[in-house]
Design a protein around this ligand. Sequence first.
Ligand SMILES: [Zn+2]
Length: 136
Amino acid sequence: MPWKLSTEFTFDSAHIIEGYDGPCGRLHGHTYRVQMELQSDQLRPSVHVDRPIMVADFKSLKWAKKDATEGGLDHAFLNDHPDLGSDTTAEVIAAYLHRETLRRVKASLPAGDDGADLHLKVALWETPESCCEYWE
Ligand SMILES: [Zn+2]
């Protein structure tokens, strides 16, 4: 894995952990911090450049920081998100960010390239002290 892209961003969202016997069971919000790490064996073209000079466009790793009305998670009520359902723990959100980001990156690959050498790790901080990591 000679290349690794790394990028970080934040988004603000509200949620409720349904059925949680404590403060997390009440409506509240977080400034979530996300770190994406994408490793690759090879360089590729992107939708913006024809030559094989990138692991991926950094923009493809940051879609979640967009406003909820533009397909991201910023200023969303996470429990209403169709791909998350009512369970919005850091673990569930990190797995969703991993699944959706890898799907978007692979959707932009040239025909015949399955992206089998791409490996993504997502770290999601729900608070400055508490982080969940997800990778495959
Ligand atoms: Zn919470």
